[in-house]
Design a protein around this ligand. Sequence first.
Ligand code: NI
Length: 166
Amino acid sequence: MSLLRIEMLGADVLRQKARAVPAPGPELERLVADMFETMYDAHGIGLAAPQIGRSERLIVVDVKDGDSAPMALLNPVVVEFGEGKDRVEEGCLSIPGVVATVERPASCVVEATDTAGNAVRLEAQGMLSRCLQHEIDHLDGVLFIDRISPIKRKMVLARYRKLAEK
Ligand code: NI
């Protein structure tokens, strides 16, 4: 296994709509293992393939909430959002050092393919729901800073640039 370089805000790949991942295979298994290693090394709870420079619809998630096991999902799609919303502080490994409170649907249903090629359907709540929505956003070139008010975004980006200068 090896650590992958994480792309930072400003990289084009973070803003692209990623393409579907073909059928799983050995190459994909290796990529998934590397993505998990990279995510854990960076103390993240989720990582999307565009963040390591690959514009492909693949995410890994481990919210460590005791209920859900680590998972790698190919071509995940949110097929349903719950009615309730909640507001939780989010960060992103591609925008390190800053966080912002983001409002999202509190629950969602996600359909995807697992690394064995099986169709999976997940009914997610709490941190898992949030993390899945955040990571699936990455596959469409959407970042959490796009989901906060323009004023908050300006503040977060100013702080991020200040940190990046140091
Ligand atoms: Ni992120």
